[in-house]
Every structure is written in C-alpha cells, then in structure tokens.
Ligand binder design. Structure first.
Ligand code: TYD
Length: 207
C-alpha cells in the first residue's frame, strides 16, 4: 500500500455524513487527487442482503447481523477489483462513508462492544483509516432530519436508538483513543461550515 489517504466518515443516521463525504470527495478531486468514494454497507452481495435486513424485508439475529457487516467489510477490503486495498495500491485517495466504527456504535446496542471490536481486528490490522471524521449531531436533530427527508425509516432510525448509537460512538472513540485517529466535527451547523472543517482536517493529513 502506498501513502495515500484512507478517510472514513462516520456519524449517526441523519448526521449529514453522506453529504459531507461527497463534498469532501469533490474537493479532493478538484485539488487533483485521484479519488475513490465508497460506502458500507457495500453494493456487493452481502451489502445487498444487509440493505434488505435494514429495510425489514428479512429478519436476522443481531449477532448474525454484526457478523454480516464484518463479512461485507472484509469483502470491501479485499475485493480483487473494487477492494479498498486494491484502490489504495492503484494510487487512489479512498473515502468511505462508514467503516468499522459504525459496527462498534450500532451493534453494541445488542452485543458486547468488545466482541465487535475483536471481530473487526482483522480489518483494523489490514487497513486503519488515516483519519476517521465523525460528524457529530445531537440525536434529536438527526431524528427531525430523517423524518423530514426520508420516505420510509430503516431499522436503526428511531429516536431512542439514535441516542444509544450516539453514546456508543463516544464509548468506542474513548476505548480506541490510543490506536485510532478520530476527529470529531460539529455537524449541527450549515453544510458549508461543516464541509470547511472536514476539509481543514483532511488538508492537515495531506501535509
Ligand atoms: P446509511 O449509512 O445511513 O446509508 P443510507 O444513506 O443508504 O441509508 O445506512 C446504513 C445503515 O447501516 C445505518 O443504519 C447504519 C448501519 N450499519 C451498521 O449497523 N453496522 C455497520 O457496520 C455499518 C457500516 C452500517
């Protein structure tokens, strides 16, 4: 792997992280970077299965769901043509909308967080983000945004769950403070202001 950046963008549902991921990718591209923008759950076979579970079309045990997200991530990492490792080797700056911190925050509602972290160690050993950018928005605001913009809500898009996920992110960041580089960005501001802070963090990583 070369020295190019691997950035993970994290946040609760409704935090605006997908918007920020896109704006960051556009800005890097405009600056001459060769950018590969991607997301989890992926659009591969396992990712599609996960999306059916998130929509409530298929039911599954929460431990099995956590393991499926891990399988999807391993596939995301190692896929011979579209894999993160491959793209980095090819010289891309890679930006992913969600990575393993999502698993720590979401699945620890139902299964032990340390177990989720241990299961994902293979991913951390293979590829740790240069930086994880966490778009921090109060759960009540996220819920308002979800209700205003989405047609149907998904499995984890409930006010009480968002509170837990928000708290779990903080627990995970504290637990892994020595191993991971995490920047928390106040996402409860106009999109352009958040984007400028995201950019400042990434620019500093480029130096
Ligand atoms: P999201 O990233 O908001 O994508 P979209 O914009 O397509 O709705 O939704 C993905 C959902 O998957 C979100 O509720 C979080 C959940 N998730 C997990 O539970 N575990 C994981 O490891 C990942 C990557 C996502």
């Amino acid at each position: 792997m070369g020295n190019n950046l691997f950035i993970a963008v994290e946040g609760t549902d409704g935090s605006g992280k997908s918007t920020q991921t896109k704006l960051l990718a556009d800005r890097l591209q405009a600056g001459g970077h060769k950018v590969y923008q991607t997301f989890e759950p992926t659009d591969g076979h396992i990712g599609k299965l996960l999306r059916s579970i998130l929509k409530g079309q298929i039911t599954a045990d929460q431990t099995a769901i956590a393991a499926m997200f891990l399988a999807d991530r391993l596939d995301h990492l190692t896929h011979p043509t579209n894999g993160l490792l491959r793209k980095l080797e090819e010289g891309y700056t890679v930006i992913t909308d969600r990575y393993y911190f999502s698993s720590y925050a979401y699945h620890s509602m139902y299964v032990d967080m340390d177990w989720v972290i241990a299961c994902n160690k293979a991913c951390a050993d293979m590829l740790r983000p240069t930086a994880t950018l966490y778009i921090d928005v109060p759960p009540a605001i996220c819920m308002q945004r979800i209700q205003a913009t989405r047609e149907g809500t998904e499995l984890y898009e409930r006010a009480d769950l968002l509170e837990k996920i928000h708290a779990n992110y903080q627990t995970a960041f504290d637990k892994l403070a020595t191993e991971e580089t995490v920047y928390q960005i106040n996402g409860n501001r106009p999109v352009a202001d958040v984007a400028n802070d995201v950019w400042a963090r990434v620019e500093a990583c480029c130096k």
